[in-house]
Design a binder for this molecule. Structure first.
Ligand SMILES: *Cc1c(COP(=O)(O)O)cnc(C)c1O
Length: 394
């Protein structure tokens, strides 16, 4: 049985939508982009949607517009895809990592509150949270400016206590909702839980544009700034070769936007199919000793399944389970490698194993199983039977 790690769900209509754009010869900055932005903003309930060419570009623009610059501090999670911390480095800001809740894998709000308090105090209190090499360097630090929580694996972070911290210390919240389109926290949609939300549409996400991303916000001045920054720093009133500020080429193209529009039309169907696949997995795996199925927090009123991640607790380690699955033709991935232990981060900031124990334990034990809306119940059964045999639960 052939099983893919992930797979985009493309209909005939999706393919036709892209082809139709090619026939218009109108390939960038056109009507599809505008319409995709309006429809996605409306889907989340935000006033403004600004599309970009990736989730990473979106995060970068969110950081710039929030006024985060050289030496500034931003509290974020080390258990994520590397882009959620890299976006600070692009602006020479410093990500301050705070450990996760081991059940949901999302940033721990109580620790965020403590970190914000200590960082505002400065001095010795602040040093418990700062990266070792930053302390050593004695470089002048900027201000604590923002929180950047990530909705891990499609489950919103615990935003109410995070908002309290933000209000108390006058911080912006940038929500990395790249894995959580359509998810809900206490009935509120992912992407709308902070001051700005960022989505990504890479082919393994809930919906795809090939490459692409979108910022959603209610702040008009930010939306205008995103539009300028993604388009070489041109302001709305600038002529084509006038550039008001340093900008980038982060534009999405019309083919991608058309694909996004077409996918968005059936987003609820795509999410329902993914939820069905997750349910098939959970039903078969929840009674197996040696692994733990995903935990859905009481604050998550709707899960948007991005990946299906189990936590291996058996004697047989996660990496060995991966090897065994591979020998049976089943792909799987370690999810995530903690950001603070990425070579670039250990070198630049001096992090070590032991710095964020919950994140490291999750990083050692978590395993993403093959997952997409196209998976059949037979395929799920095949993966689960293999896992059962590998773990000796038969
Ligand atoms: C996918 C993802 C991104 C960014 O994705 P791109 O590949 O740049 O579109 C950012 N953060 C998280 C948590 C992600 O999963």
């Amino acid at each position: 049985m052939k099983i893919n790690m992930s797979s985009p769900d493309l209909s005939d209509n999706d393919i036709q939508a892209v082809q139709d754009v090619l026939e218009t010869r109108y390939l960038s900055l056109g009507p599809k982009t505008k319409s995709f932005e309006e429809k996605l903003a409306a889907y989340t309930g935000r006033q403004f949607g600004v599309s970009v060419n990736s989730g990473t570009s979106g995060l970068h623009l969110a950081v710039i517009a929030a006024g985060i610059g050289e030496g500034d501090l931003v509290i974020t999670t080390p258990f994520s895809f590397v882009a959620s911390a890299n976006c600070m480095l692009f602006e020479r800001a410093i990500p301050i990592f705070v450990d996760i809740d081991p059940e949901t894998f999302n940033i721990n709000p109580a620790q965020v509150a403590k970190a914000a308090f200590d960082l505002k105090q400065g001095g010795k209190a602040a040093e418990t949270w700062l990266p070792p090499k930053i302390i050593e360097s004695g470089m002048p630090l900027g201000k604590l400016k923002a929180l950047l929580p990530v909705d891990a694996f499609g489950q919103p972070a615990d935003f109410d206590p995070l908002q309290k911290v933000a209000d108390k210390f006058d911080l912006k919240i940038i929500e990395d909702s790249c894995e959580a389109l359509g998810a809900e926290y206490k009935g509120r949609k992912a992407g709308t839980l902070g001051d700005v939300g960022v989505f990504a549409f890479y082919p393994n996400k809930q919906m795809t544009t090939g490459e692409g991303g979108m910022l959603v916000t209610d702040r008009e001045e930010w939306a205008n700034l995103y539009r300028s920054l993604r388009n070489q720093g041109r302001d709305i009133f600038d002529a084509w070769l006038n550039h008001t500020r340093l900008g980038y080429n982060y534009r999405i193209d019309e083919m991608s936007a058309a694909l996004g529009l077409s996918q968005l039309k059936r987003i609820e169907k795509l999410l329902t199919k993914r939820a069905q696949v997750a349910e098939w997995y959970t039903k078969r795996l929840e009674d197996i000793d040696g692994l733990k199925t995903p935990v859905i927090a009481s604050t998550t009123s709707k899960m948007s399944w991005f990946v299906y991640v189990v936590r291996m607790t058996a004697e047989l380690g996660r990496n060995q389970v991966m090897e065994h699955l591979k020998s049976r033709g089943i792909p799987s991935r370690p999810y995530f490698t903690p950001i603070h232990l990425q070579p670039f981060y250990t070198e630049k900031f001096g992090y070590q194993r032991g710095d964020y124990p919950e994140t490291e334990a999750a990083g050692d034990q978590c395993l993403a199983l093959p997952f997409s809306s196209l998976m059949t119940e037979d395929q799920v059964e095949f993966v689960c039977n293999a896992l059962r045999k590998i773990l000796g639960s038969d």
